[in-house]
Structures are given as structure tokens and as C-alpha cells.
Design a binder for this molecule. Structure first.
Ligand SMILES: *[C@@H]1O[C@H](CO)[C@@H](O)[C@H](O)[C@H]1NC(C)=O
Ligand SMILES: *[C@@H]1O[C@H](CO)[C@@H](O)[C@H](O)[C@H]1NC(C)=O
Ligand SMILES: *[C@@H]1O[C@H](CO)[C@@H](O)[C@H](O)[C@H]1NC(C)=O
Length: 396
């Protein structure tokens, strides 16, 4: 689990003279996680704990203000969860975009990439709610990825990634809304993702499926909902429907994706998509009925490694691996009392920064994004820099 663990002394302002901080980024979610039998055995116990946590929560409530004890945390922040769905792939998805000769081929490559961002999630544990201004900056080959938490309540995360060799760019802005229904929690991943293929003058816009965390009748997690992927310039669209099919055998039967690709102008259906996001997806060409595999989860999201730090001196103090490293270490060690203290330190530091700003009459603004909010459009994040610089943390 521990891939990088380095004691790191950081000189902070007068308040913290010198303090050992731990840099730690835990392993990404990957296909292998889901066959972890240890987790299966623990499920009934976790379920009891989760239900007792939610005992006083009314159905229909928003859960974003619920304070979680560390035993319900997975050792990583939500920022890392978004990021690793981009930089943790066992095959290079990015170079596939430009390999597509026609606009339809490129849409199919984008669909496969969109599916690859869907990862198995463990039941009963949630990532940390990132601190305001928390960042995560990682390079994978020529692809440089930078995330920043641009709002704490509600939690809004922005992502910018550029690859100057492939001449592509990604911009995401996501905000989470968690709703408790009584027998499940639905985590709605609102906001949008943009992918720009500059060589082709194409911009693709898409959304994310939502995470369904079910308690009854069988505890489990699944991605559900409609995803639409559209190219603004060509009018080609893919619509995907993620369903959680079976209530009882969610491990084998759920995780289904069905959809189609079509031309928004002529309304002509060009292909039908079918399969499971954790195994394979096929595309059936409606004109010649040929069926081919467009995505194979085993090739893309298994054998994944956590990022490693290449240049510790240049890691920003806001880096998620530093902000939460101490807590993650305690959680991995199952030292729950120390974990509680570590979490308190992070929260106390946040409150202190807020007090400091308030006493100076300053308001906070993101370093890397321009952020706007409107009732109709929701949150919008646009990167300030044209290109994301190389990161001191890398992944293979
Ligand atoms: C998904 O789209 C279908 C039709 O396009 C609609 O009937 C359904 O209600 C949508 N589901 C959700 C969860 O939005
Ligand atoms: C998509 O899935 C939802 C359930 O999640 C279902 O109600 C809807 O009918 C489906 N739409 C299509 C177009 O299959
Ligand atoms: C379907 O096949 C035709 C003819 O081979 C091809 O022109 C078209 O691009 C294919 N469509 C898709 C969606 O792959």
C-alpha cells in the first residue's frame, strides 16, 4: 500500500516552527481491488458502523457537512481520486486520441477514455474532503496534470492537464453532492469535463456517472446514470447509460454500460455500445453490423502504481500527499486514535488560515484557476496558465 513515505521537514510561518510532515500517496483504485476478499469479510461490520453513523440523518439530506471519523476514510483525498482516473492507466490512452483518422474514430477513442475514468470504489469508506487550495500536481510522460480545490463548502475541484507533444488539453470542474435516501447514498458528481484535441480543432464535453452506495439489501457500490459525450464542432455524440442491474449479485452483474453513438444533426445512429465498464465494451457498427471491442478494463485499469516523488524540494506545501500524508499513514497502520489527532491537526490548520485571512480582511482566491458560479450553469473553472508545467511527482 505504501509506495512513497518520506519524512519531510517543512519550514512554515512562525506558528509552526519546524514540523515533520509525511509525504504519502496511496495506491490507485484498480481492478484487482475488487477481488480483495479481506474487504468482503469486513462488509457486514462496516455496514453496521455506517448505519450507526447515519442513524440521525434524515432521508433526503445533503451529507457534505457530515463529519467522518477517520475509520470511515480511505487514505486519500477526493482530489487524488479525480486525478488518478486520468494519470493512472496501464496503457497510454492519450496518444489514442490523435491516432483516430476520422471524427468518428476520435469520438470512439474519447468514449474509451471516458469509460477508463470509471474505477472500482470500496464500500464503506470515503476519501477526505480536500482542504481549500489543496493541490495535486503530477506528470505522466508528457501529460502534466494539476488539480486545485477551489471551494471547500461546497466541495469543488478543478483539473487542468496538458500534453504539448500530443497537443491536447483537459479541463474538469466537479462538485460533489451526496444525498442520503434511507437505503443508499447517491454521490452526484456534478459539473463537466472538457477534452480538447487542438490538432483537430475539436472540443469534447462530457459528464461523470454518479456513485451509488447501497446499504440494503446487499452493501455495495456502483456507478449509475447517464453520461453524454459530445463533440461541439462535429456534432457527434455518444450517450451512455450506466446501470446497477442486479441487487443481489452486484459483483458479477452490475457495472453495465449501454449506449449509442449518433450524429446530432441527422439523428442517424452510427453504432451501439454495450458491455461492462469493469470488463469489456463493444461497439456494433449499425451500417455493416461489425462488432468490435473498444475498451478492455483489464488492459487499462489493472496493475496500476501510485505516483512517486522525483523532486521533493519542489513539492508545494499544498500538495495533497503532504496535507494528508500523516493521516493516511495512521489509517494504513490502523492507529485510530493517532489518526483522529492527525485529522484534527489538518482541520485546525484550515481554521487557523481562515482566521488569519479574516483578521487581515482578505478573501481567498484560487492560484491556478478562475472560478465562477451561476445558478443556471453551476460552477465553472478555467485555468489561468496555458500549459501545466512539469511536476515534481511522476507516474509511469
Ligand atoms: C437517462 O436517460 C434516459 C433517456 O435518455 C431517461 O429516461 C432516464 O431517466 C435518464 N436517467 C437518469 C438517471 O437521468
Ligand atoms: C438508463 O438507466 C436508467 C436507470 O438508471 C433507466 O431508467 C433509463 O430508462 C435508461 N435509459 C436508457 C436510454 O436506456
Ligand atoms: C461503420 O462501417 C463503415 C463502413 O465500413 C465506416 O465507414 C464507418 O465509419 C463505421 N462506423 C463506425 C461507427 O465505426
Amino acid at each position: 500500500m505504501i509506495c512513497v513515505l518520506i519524512k519531510y521537514c517543512l519550514r512554515l510561518s512562525d506558528t509552526y516552527l519546524s514540523m515533520a510532515r509525511i509525504f504519502l500517496l496511496t495506491k490507485p483504485f484498480s481492478l484487482e481491488n475488487q477481488s480483495d476478499s479481506d474487504e468482503n469479510h469486513k462488509a457486514p461490520n462496516i455496514l453496521r458502523q455506517v448505519l450507526s453513523l447515519l442513524k440521525n440523518v434524515r432521508p433526503g439530506s445533503d451529507l457534505s457537512c457530515l463529519k467522518l471519523p477517520p475509520v470511515f476514510n480511505m487514505p486519500k483525498s477526493q482530489l487524488q481520486c479525480y486525478a488518478e482516473s486520468v494519470y493512472c492507466t496501464a496503457v497510454d490512452m492519450v496518444s489514442n486520441f490523435n491516432r483516430g483518422k476520422t471524427a468518428v474514430d476520435r469520438l470512439i477513442a474519447v468514449v474509451a477514455w471516458s469509460i477508463s475514468t470509471t474505477r472500482p470504489v470500496r464500500f464503506g469508506v470515503a476519501p477526505y474532503n480536500p482542504t481549500l487550495g489543496e493541490t495535486h500536481h503530477v506528470s505522466k510522460g508528457n501529460l502534466n496534470i494539476l488539480l486545485e480545490q477551489v471551494s471547500h463548502h461546497p466541495p469543488v475541484s478543478a483539473l487542468h492537464a496538458t500534453d504539448d507533444k500530443e497537443n491536447i488539453e483537459m479541463i474538469w470542474c466537479h462538485f460533489l453532492v451526496s444525498k442520503f435516501t434511507g437505503t443508499s447514498v447517491e454521490g452526484q458528481v456534478q459539473g463537466k469535463r472538457q477534452l480538447k484535441l487542438h490538432n483537430h480543432g475539436e472540443t469534447y464535453e462530457m459528464n461523470s456517472p454518479n456513485l451509488l452506495i447501497r446499504f440494503l439489501p446487499v452493501p455495495g457500490t456502483d456507478w449509475v446514470g447517464n453520461v453524454s459525450i459530445r463533440c461541439l464542432e462535429t456534432g457527434l455524440v455518444a450517450e451512455l447509460n450506466y446501470t446497477s442491474q442486479s441487487f443481489f449479485g452486484f459483483r458479477s452483474n452490475g457495472r453495465q454500460v449501454k449506449g449509442k453513438i449518433f450524429d446530432a444533426l441527422s439523428k442517424k445512429i452510427l453504432g451501439k455500445i454495450e458491455g461492462h465498464w469493469d470488463s469489456t465494451l463493444t461497439l456494433k457498427n449499425t451500417s455493416d453490423s461489425e462488432v468490435r471491442v473498444i475498451y478492455d478494463a483489464k488492459q487499462v485499469i489493472s496493475r496500476l502504481q501510485a505516483p512517486i516523488v522525483k523532486d521533493l524540494e519542489n513539492v508545494w506545501p499544498t500538495e495533497t500527499g503532504l496535507v494528508w500524508g500523516g493521516l493516511s499513514q495512521r489509517i494504513l497502520n490502523k492507529e485510530w486514535e493517532k489518526a483522529r489527532q492527525a485529522k484534527k491537526i489538518v482541520e485546525e490548520r484550515q481554521r487557523e488560515l481562515l482566521r488569519e485571512r479574516e483578521s487581515k480582511g482578505e478573501s481567498w482566491s484560487p492560484k491556478h484557476f478562475k472560478v465562477s458560479y451561476s445558478k443556471e450553469q453551476g460552477w465553472d473553472c478555467s485555468p489561468i496558465q496555458r500549459q501545466v508545467p512539469n511536476a515534481p511527482i511522476i507516474t509511469l
